[in-house]
Write a protein that binds this ligand. Structure first.
Ligand SMILES: NC(=O)c1ccc[n+]([C@@H]2O[C@H](COP(=O)([O-])OP(=O)(O)OC[C@H]3O[C@@H](n4cnc5c(N)ncnc54)[C@H](O)[C@@H]3O)[C@@H](O)[C@H]2O)c1
Length: 299
């Protein structure tokens, strides 16, 4: 079986591609940058998801759509690019796959679609209310995916990731920022009181979760892929400091300074993962173990 994966050179897709190859799948990556991994069953197409990609998809059995313009703050600075890549790009991927005869797809969405949760833990069917340009773009593409399932009988499954971290993540996400500050003994800055709660999910667990949804999930359904062990931002800073054996001070910064707005900060984000557990998946790597793995790779 051959999987076509957009954004296949990215942070989350990289371990996923490795898992797919290990399990005997053939993989074709479409990205603007080359995958680091080399393998006889791995092909690479250097193209944008906005281009004419139907002929590239032909011959593949399924499409995993991972390419996106990422990050809440980054998307706010580039709202039109966000809409273009995350919405127009996604629709182009779905439609091109259909034209190429592919009906089974995975769309990688985000916990950002829920916004500030109305209930905890957050279920897949919980109210969606994104509060960022990025979240809106991810939700809009989800709605297209659902409409396509109705209209064309496709099986586009949605996976919503919760605060993914792990080796190879760029230094504009909270875990690498805190770890790099800790390793340099520089102040670790947190906004507000640091009680914002997140469920940090190790990237390898995410890769296994995606494969589980692909192999065992239900047609056209959405799944939360997240760790359900909550950690506050203050705890994360303390763990980073302790595990990096750092002398960093943990500095609290008021909201409103720099670009961070209190109104936009999600207070609690904890997923209900019972749908994933019913498929036989659960997160294996808890935050301390994940951080220890990252630190061991830095040495
Ligand atoms: N990192 C997280 O915590 C997180 C959380 C929720 C959802 N997601 C989703 O997971 C997916 C992967 O995220 P990631 O963290 O691996 O990001 P990433 O930036 O590491 O990977 C995205 C990849 O897409 C490629 N890309 C960007 N624009 C492209 C275009 N126009 N055409 C072709 N390729 C393009 C990039 O080169 C990159 O390799 C995204 O859809 C993202 O929205 C990520």
């Amino acid at each position: 079986m051959k999987i076509f994966i957009t954004g296949g050179s990215g942070f989350i897709a990289t371990p996923l591609v490795e898992h797919l190859l290990e399990k005997g799948y053939k993989v074709k990556v479409l990205d603007l940058k080359e995958p680091k991994l080399k393998h006889k069953n791995l092909e690479f197409v250097n193209k944008s998801i906005l281009g004419n990609i139907t002929s590239d998809i032909k011959g593949c059995d399924a499409v995993f759509h991972f390419a996106a313009l990422l990050g809440v703050e980054n998307s706010d600075k580039r709202p039109l690019d966000t809409m273009k890549i995350n919405l127009e790009g996604s629709v182009n991927v779905f439609k091109s796959a259909i034209d190429a005869g592919v009906k089974k797809m995975i769309y990688s969405s985000s916990s950002e679609v829920y916004g500030e949760p109305r209930e905890l833990p957050i279920k897949e069917g919980s109210v969606k209310g994104p509060v960022s340009t990025y979240g809106v773009s991810k939700l809009a593409a989800e709605i297209y995916a659902k409409a396509y399932n109705q209209e064309f009988g496709t099986d586009i499954r949605i996976v919503r990731f919760f605060n993914v971290y792990g080796p190879g993540q760029e230094n504009n996400w909270v875990v690498p920022i805190f770890l790099n500050k800790a390793l340099k003994n520089e102040p670790i800055t947190i906004f507000g009181n640091g009680n914002q709660t997140r469920c940090f999910t190790y990237v390898e667990d995410v890769a296994e979760g995606v494969l589980t949804v692909f192999e065992k999930g239900n047609k056209g359904e959405a799944y939360n892929i997240g760790n359900n062990q909550p950690t506050t931002i203050l705890e994360l800073a303390q763990i980073a400091k302790e595990m990096a054996k750092s002398k960093s001070e943990i500095a609290k910064l008021d909201f409103g300074e720099k670009t961070r707005l209190k109104e936009r900060e999600i207070e609690y984000r904890i997923p209900d993962i019972s749908k994933m557990k019913a498929l036989g998946w659960k997160p294996k790597t808890m935050i301390r173990e994940g951080i220890s793995k990252i630190l061991s790779m830095k040495n």
